[in-house]
Design a protein around this ligand. Structure first.
Ligand code: NI
Ligand code: MN
Length: 226
């Protein structure tokens, strides 16, 4: 069994029989992060792009846990220069890890690192676990038509941003669900800060009435099983 725990904003803890994964672990300065977030041990830490609300605590946690950081080639190089273990990839490329296959997907966004270094191209993640279940984390992105191609791969669970301003807003996120056709969808990247406040329940009602996808609004710290 795979458990997917949302830790607020774009942060996830995924537990598979083989490994413990953190995605975009932004806990310090994140008012939505559960109190125990910093206690979670990780074997792998996935970083979608260079912005501070995604790199977050990745360096400290990777150092503490001797975890492998998975990100694009530029961010991986930046982290490796700080003495961390990394696995660099690029959008479109996938790799078989012990927990399953991780593919970096296209994302329309920026990726400058906190110190101004070049953070390469932003990405989302398509994870295919060893039980064949798939999780697509769109991370920070605007709507793009190639989400149809990602949907063609068959998605069990999708996480997509609805906060607007920096990413898709609720209207485009509804179109994203139509393109992706996941069995289940959860909204992310909203309500962390006033500028990205959204009514997630209203959005989920619209998804349920206009698509065949099951929309689930999670409280930070809540868990889904795959
Ligand atoms: Ni961002
Ligand atoms: Mn962000």
């Amino acid at each position: 069994m795979i458990t997917v725990r949302w830790l607020g904003h774009s942060s996830f803890h995924i537990k598979t029989p083989e490994a413990s994964l953190l995605i975009d672990p932004f806990f310090s300065g994140n008012p939505l992060a559960p109190k125990d977030a910093m206690d979670i041990r990780a074997d792998y830490i996935l970083v979608s792009h260079g912005h501070g609300d995604h790199v977050g605590n990745a360096l400290d946690l990777a150092k503490r846990d001797n975890a492998i950081l998975i990100s694009n080639y530029e961010i991986a190089g930046w982290l490796e220069a700080k003495g961390l273990k990394t696995h660099g990839m690029q959008p479109g490329g996938g790799h078989a890890f012990p927990f399953g296959r991780c593919k970096l997907t296209l994302a329309f966004h920026g990726s400058a690192l906190p110190d101004g270094s070049n953070g390469g191209n932003p990405a989302g993640f398509l994870l295919t676990f060893n039980n064949r279940k798939t999780f697509y984390d769109a991370a920070d992105t605007g709507l793009f038509g190639d989400m149809r191609l990602i949907g063609d791969e068959g998605i069990d669970l999708a996480a997509i941003p609805i906060g607007d301003n920096y990413t898709m807003g609720p209207k485009d996120a509804l179109r994203a669900v139509e393109f992706l056709r996941p069995k289940q969808v959860i909204p992310i990247h909203y309500n962390t800060f006033p500028i990205i406040e959204q009514d997630a329940h209203e959005w989920a009602r619209n998804v349920r009435s206009q698509t065949t996808t099951q929309a689930v609004v999670l409280e930070p710290g809540a868990v889904l099983e795959l």
